[in-house]
Design a protein around this ligand. Structure first.
Ligand code: NAI
Length: 248
């Protein structure tokens, strides 16, 4: 177990699988105590016990990031158990892809509610603790779609672009309290989310990736680990791209 984050408390949303899970386990390996959250209580409990198996304290809290009440309870339980939160990773995200003219109001609203409003709720709740601590790191998992746009993902591209604006506004607003806010923008990463992509869409995307392969959740998690560490103490308001060169 590394000691880079020993004694720190991290909270990761959407940590039951995919990129969020890799982030939770990587922060745990670096020595952080980790609060894992997601909607399904059984999966959340399983993720928390996987964290504990790495030899650090873990806490699982079932919470829907689109619900202000749930997020308040999530952060409250984290504070009750650990007394602080040093690292917030806003990772929970969904897609509801459709071409614009076929996109339903609910497709738009659900994606904005989870991918953007959820990050606002969690950042607001955690910032109160971090301001008192006069330190903290907020890391938002955005997407290449938020900078390049993606046909069939008007809702998701808008939400992720919004997350970049949120990142920069919070970086400016919270710098005074020693809270650093950055975004990580992954390209095509091998997870359940992208397993659902139609093969043509996947091939089309891969053809544009100079490294000619999809990335792994671990390759995203390593960048989050760095941004959470003391080594990244002079980085705020930035978007770090992890995309094999898809966008540069
Ligand atoms: P995934 O679908 O495998 O995992 C998403 C996680 O978020 C799951 O644990 C899920 O339970 C949780 N979640 C969904 N809705 C939630 C809600 N309302 N409240 C709490 N938790 C919720 O997705 P993946 O691929 O691991 O994506 C993680 C993040 O990375 C997302 O924000 C996604 O937009 C972003 N991303 C993923 C890329 C990829 O290629 N897989 C590329 C760029 C960004």
């Amino acid at each position: 177990m590394g000691d880079g984050l020993a004694g720190r408390v991290a909270l990761v949303t959407g940590a039951t699988r995919g990129i969020g899970r890799a982030i939770a386990l990587t922060l745990a390996e670096a020595g952080a105590s980790v609060v894992v959250s997601g909607r399904d209580p059984a999966r959340v409990a399983e993720a928390a016990s996987t964290v504990e198996a790495l030899g650090v304290p873990g806490l699982g809290v079932a919470a829907d990031v689109a619900s202000a009440e749930d997020v308040k309870r999530l952060v409250g339980e984290a504070q009750e158990r650990f007394g602080r939160v040093d690292i917030l990773v806003n990772n929970a995200g969904i897609t509801r892809d459709a071409l614009l003219v076929r996109m339903k109001d609910a497709d738009w609203d659900e994606v904005l509610a989870v991918d953007l409003r959820g990050a606002f709720y969690a950042s607001r709740a955690v910032a109160r603790l971090m301001m008192r601590q006069r330190s903290g790191r907020i890391i938002n998992i955005a997407s290449t779609a938020g900078v390049m746009g993606n046909a069939g993902q008007a809702n998701y591209s808008a939400a992720k672009a919004g997350l970049l604006g949120l990142t920069k506004a919070l970086a400016r607003e919270l710098a005074h309290w020693g809270i650093l806010v950055n975004a990580v923008a992954p390209g095509l990463i091998e997870t359940d989310m992208t397993a659902a992509l139609p093969p043509e869409a996947r091939e089309g995307l891969l053809a544009q990736v100079p490294l000619k392969r999809a990335g792994t959740a671990q390759e995203v998690a390593e960048v989050v680990r760095f941004l959470a560490s003391d080594a990244a103490g002079y980085i705020t308001g930035q978007v770090i791209h992890v995309n094999g060169g898809l966008y540069m």
